[in-house]
Design a protein around this ligand. Sequence first.
Ligand code: GDD
Ligand code: MG
Length: 329
Amino acid sequence: MKTLILAGGKGTRLWPLSRELMPKQFIKLFSESLFQKTVKRALYLSSPDEIYVITNKEYRFRVLDDLEEIGISIPEENIILEPEAKNTLPAICLGVKAAGEGKFAVLPSDHLIKADEEYLNAFRSAEKLSENYIVTFGITPTRPHTGYGYIKPGKELEGGFEVEQFKEKPSRELAEEYVSKGYLWNSGMFVFDSKVFVEELKELAPEFAKVLEEGEEAYKQIPEASFDYAILEKSGRVAVVPIKTFWSDLGNFDSIYEVMEKDERGNAIKSESCIPVDSENNLVITQRLTALIGLRDLIVIDTDDALLVARRGEAEKVREVYRLLAEKG
Ligand code: GDD
Ligand code: MG
């Protein structure tokens, strides 16, 4: 199976850690970046020469450096640079154009998932289902998050279900309804056979199919589109394989706090030089000598030129900061 790694997203909810030139997938949140973790996970499905990275030209060196650091080399021509970011559907089209026919796994480069036996079994089931379906992976929801795709499983298939309804980023009300009715979250990973993908693309979004023939020239003409809205919401040939493995899209600092290692008082600290005194359940990322006294449930993100201090549980509002900053110019 070939793997397309989508690594061109910008991501704005981890400000000030992530910036336009340093998006989430390349930040070293752990000892490795999420992109590096994704490449390692891809090796369970594909050999290095079957791995393709689709990214923006600004991130070319980040991709090359990250690959070198983990000692994995993929052919230079498998690193596909978009002239401009147009969301996931055009990126996937460029990837399929470069990689040719066959079975594909499409992986986002910026979430955390454990590649355990359950994960590998799910991909095996997906590979079988991909003869006839575009296959998604369904995560059991824990809350009515409005930033995800929701999947209603229908008829049972071998190793999965037909998808009866796919709804990308619903309103809060709908999300609540979906969670109570047992819908699943879309994990953001996909498996398909290029022949099924091309058939669906030609039927549902024909202007994008041109990218498969003409490549970059056609890419310049098409609008932005996400795979979720343009294909998954509309296609009648989508299947879902439920997956119980630990999964997090690390969308904000609250979810990062959840997955980080903590000291005995619940502080998640990424710093050589942070001294917590009578403080608990804080997230601190800093390079500077920093002391905390009597602080609880705070997020402190300290970078060279910006400082974020927030209450845990409200990290989603970083989007608001980002919007206000953009307004200021
Ligand atoms: N090459 C390239 N070009 N990659 C891109 C682009 C682009 O223009 N835009 C986004 N990506 C990459 C991102 O870096 C990420 O790895 C992946 O594609 C998904 O894009 P996101 O922008 O993070 O999508 P999302 O989080 O809003 O929604 C998707 O993921 C959710 C789970 O985290 C959807 O698939 C949802 O249905 C899903 O629930
Ligand atoms: Mg995402």
